[in-house]
Design a protein around this ligand. Structure first.
Ligand SMILES: Cc1cc2nc3c(=O)[nH]c(=O)nc-3n(C[C@H](O)[C@H](O)[C@H](O)COP(=O)(O)OP(=O)(O)OC[C@H]3O[C@@H](n4cnc5c(N)ncnc54)[C@H](O)[C@@H]3O)c2cc1C
Length: 274
């Protein structure tokens, strides 16, 4: 799949995926069919371009609704709104990101100080755990910069509950390699799998589920022996992240442009429309 970082490539991928964004997406989106030269057929793989701002959420939703009824496109629309929801959620709870950064740095320091941990971490990120599915995804992530959503869920679950590694190291591994690496979607999804986002509700990967949804991969259904069972407990934390009022600047008026001003662009503000 060619993820050329241009607006033309983003629009071409949107156009190619559009016919599949309706009922077909709802029925097939859970399957991880593995990397394909021409792109996967059941998911859009638009996230790297969305992340870079080369295409916008509104534009994607408008295109999908021009090709499908709201009912047929319901699932796809809902997924795009997960992205928007996570952004707003973190924006209103910045302490989650600050605590993640501190916890990640502590976890990295613990790795440096503990040879046993370092070995387990090395096996995980290099895909040498002996759990076939996990090892395949670890290598795929590093090689391609993309993982299917279901694979991300299974991977994070195995990382936390089977390998018992710190979730912040896993989130950091994703941020280092995903082309769509996103502070909000990534951190909050890892927290969701761990049982910290929806408190007490964690996501446990199951070998039969992984085999069922990976039959379309070039190497065939992936095996995942020895996963943590239903007795694995969700993670807990003492703090409660309350919603905080946004400290936004007032709206810009024409008069503001009479004064000298600076325009700040960051890695998620490169949208074609100002
Ligand atoms: C542990 C974990 C980490 C993740 N980290 C990231 C990340 O760093 N960046 C990121 O963009 N997404 C992340 N996701 C969400 C999701 O996996 C990806 O957005 C999706 O797989 C991107 O592939 P796609 O474009 O083919 O998705 P499609 O299935 O085609 O969905 C269309 C668009 O909807 C949005 N979307 C779809 N599913 C989700 C979801 N569950 N949460 C939020 N938005 C979604 C994406 O923008 C995506 O491009 C993570 C999920 C998990 C479980």
């Amino acid at each position: 799949m060619d993820f050329a970082p241009t607006r033309a490539a983003a629009r071409a991928r949107l156009a190619a995926f559009l016919p599949a964004a309706g009922r077909r997406y709802a029925e097939t989106r859970n399957a991880d069919d593995g990397p394909r030269a021409g792109g996967r057929s059941n998911v859009s793989q638009l996230s790297p371009w969305l992340h870079a701002g080369l295409i916008g959420e509104t534009e994607v939703l408008e295109a999908v609704l021009s090709a499908h009824s709201p009912r047929a496109a319901e699932k796809f629309i809902a997924e795009v709104f997960w992205r928007i929801y996570f952004k707003g959620y973190l924006e209103q709870r910045p302490a989650i990101w600050a605590d993640y950064c501190t916890g990640r740095d502590d976890a990295l320091a613990a790795l440096a100080a503990n040879a046993g941990l370092r070995k387990a971490y090395g096996e995980a990120v290099e895909g040498r755990t002996g759990i076939q599915a996990f090892d395949v995804w670890a290598k795929e992530l590093v090689e391609t910069g993309y993982l299917h959503n279901h694979a991300r869920m299974w991977f994070a679950s195995i990382w936390i509950f089977t390998l018992r590694l710190d979730w912040r190291l896993g989130a950091d591994f994703f941020l280092r390699h995903l082309m769509d690496a996103d502070a909000a979607s990534n951190t909050l999804s890892w927290r969701w799998v761990a049982g910290l986002h929806t408190r007490g509700k964690h996501y446990l990967a199951r070998a039969d589920n992984i085999a069922r949804y990976t039959t379309g991969r070039p190497e065939g259904a992936l095996a995942a022996p020895g996963l943590a069972g239903d007795e694995a407990e969700p993670l807990t934390e003492p703090q409660d992240y309350g919603r905080q009022k946004l400290d936004l600047p007032p709206p810009v008026s024409a008069a503001d442009f009479a004064q000298p001003f600076a325009l700040l662009l960051h890695d998620e503000a490169a949208h074609h429309a100002p």
